[in-house]
Design a protein around this ligand. Structure first.
Ligand SMILES: [Zn+2]
Length: 67
């Protein structure tokens, strides 16, 4: 019998539409944890890429004004 990874309640996979979680609440808790981890990991490389995209923005704005 599998167990909910959030609250360790045993789950009947066939009777539990929210499997592998025991309930929708636990599913959301796990999702929240996952997102929290994703956002708390610093990604300096992504920030560098964002900066480059921003410096390229004026060029595309010029092309738009040309039309
Ligand atoms: Zn649970």
């Amino acid at each position: 019998m599998p167990y909910c990874s959030v609250c360790d309640t045993s789950i009947d996979l066939e009777a539990t539409p929210t499997a592998p979680f025991c309930s929708d609440r636990c599913r959301l808790i796990d999702l929240g944890r996952w997102l929290d981890e994703a956002y708390s990991v610093p990604a300096p490389h992504s920030l560098d890429e964002l900066d480059e995209e921003e410096s390229e923005a004026p060029a595309s704005a010029e092309a738009d004004a040309d039309e």
